[in-house]
Design a binder for this molecule. Structure first.
Ligand code: NAD
Ligand code: WQD
Length: 339
């Protein structure tokens, strides 16, 4: 039987590349659309090294309608799309709101238009726990209210979810999974693929690994006077390979749906870790000392949030297998292996 083709926008990026591996592992044929604006083309060779299979890659802007139509024309049998392609830096989005709306919202609108004209009815969308803002209760379910966005980046995820809900309502049989990721960390066990931040990392774990490697002098912990167990903020850190596998489960769940649907799923471990716990665990599992200091709070930081992932467990039959320890071990192995 021919393998089902899944179009993966942003498939050369951090989460997309790990998902391409898991799609191959599950017997799908991933087709990548990525213009490498925030990734490296050599990642594609690494994907082939890991899986023994070479994905077809289209180096195009996925908000360019004609280029996207050409891909769908070439592959008339695309079964579904996983849409990762977007800008993702909260701070940058504050300075470049138009750029963020233009890429993140427009690419989704173009994709929906092209999917409709080619009668492709299955879509997985990369959303984020950022839609919950600062929740009243730290553990969030999918029915926790969505807050007003505090950054253009966050707004593009809320608008994206709204656009998808409206489009499903208006459609005959569009099926959509909105995957709300918590904090992805870690790398593939092979250390052949992982996160590749451009410039100074904003996120905690790449900052930690770059500090351990000597690329950054010192990590600053953003605030230690919060009302948490050790005064630092709490997040739900999820191994990127577990996250990637959830996309494969989401595709098979979409396949089982007879009627149109638009459902959100929290993808997290269900456990929160403080910043200091992450630092201590990183030091422990990798047997090293990290250079860090306590600094002031970072503006806009959520104090504490972690997922209730029970819906994803029940409906998608998905759960995390890796621990935070595994993720921090793999992140460090990857950092040392980056060429
Ligand atoms: P990433 O930047 O590593 O990957 C995104 C990929 O999309 C890159 O390879 C980039 O080159 C590509 N891309 C961007 N715009 C494009 C366009 N117009 N045309 C073609 N290619 C384009 O990011 P990631 O961490 O893998 O995130 C993937 C998705 O998950 C994004 O939508 C992001 O908002 C979402 N997300 C990420 C996190 C996180 O912490 N990493 C958390 C929640 C949600
Ligand atoms: C984690 C914790 C920091 C760096 C961001 C986006 C969010 C989502 C995930 C996409 C916080 C602390 C960090 C440092 C530190 N992305 N920290 N020193 O803030 O949860 O969320 O990524 O959707 O939208 O906002 O992740 O990794 O930046 O921070 O102390 O140098 O680490 O204060 O408590 P965050 P993060």
């Amino acid at each position: 039987m021919a393998k089902r083709k899944i179009l993966v926008t942003g498939g050369a990026g951090y989460i997309g590349s790990h998902t391409v591996v898991e799609l191959f592992n599950a017997g799908y044929e991933p087709i990548i659309v990525d213009d490498f604006r925030n990734s490296q083309s050599w990642i594609i060779d690494r994907l082939a090294q890991i899986t023994g299979e070479s994905p077809k890659v289209y180096q195009i802007d996925c908000s360019d309608e004609n280029s996207m139509k050409a891909v769908f024309n070439e592959h008339s049998d695309i079964f579904g799309v996983i849409h990762f392609a977007a800008y993702k830096a909260v701070g940058e989005s504050m300075n470049e709101p138009v750029m963020y709306y233009q890429n993140n919202v427009n690419s989704l609108a173009v994709l929906l238009k092209v999917m409709k004209s080619f009668k492709v009815n299955h879509l997985v969308f990369s959303s984020s726990c950022t839609v919950y803002g600062e929740p009243k209760h730290p553990i969030v379910t999918e029915s926790t209210p969505i807050q007003n966005a505090t950054s253009p980046y966050g707004a593009t995820k809320i608008v994206g979810e709204q656009l998808l809900n409206f489009t499903v309502n208006a459609s005959a049989n569009l099926k959509v999974a909105l995957l709300r990721y918590f904090n992805p960390i870690g790398a593939h066990e092979s250390a052949l693929i992982g996160e590749l931040p451009q410039g100074v990392p904003n996120n905690l774990v790449p900052y930690i690994t770059q500090t351990a490697k000597g690329i950054r002098e010192m990590l600053t912990v953003h605030g230690s006077d919060y009302e948490t167990s050790d005064g630092t903020c709490i997040r739900d850190y999820i191994h990127v390979v577990d996250l990637a596998k959830a996309h494969v489960n989401a595709i098979s769940w979409l396949l089982q749906q007879e009627n149109k649907v638009c459902e959100a799923f929290n993808l997290g471990t269900g456990k929160g870790s403080t910043v200091l716990e992450i630092i201590n665990t990183f030091e422990e599992v990798n047997d090293l000392k990290l250079n860090y200091k306590i600094g002031p709070r970072r503006e806009g930081d959520v104090v504490q949030i972690w997922a209730d992932p029970s819906k994803a467990k029940e409906v998608l039959n998905w759960q995390c297998n890796y621990s935070v320890k595994d993720a921090l071990l793999h992140s460090w192995k990857w950092e040392q292996n980056i060429k």
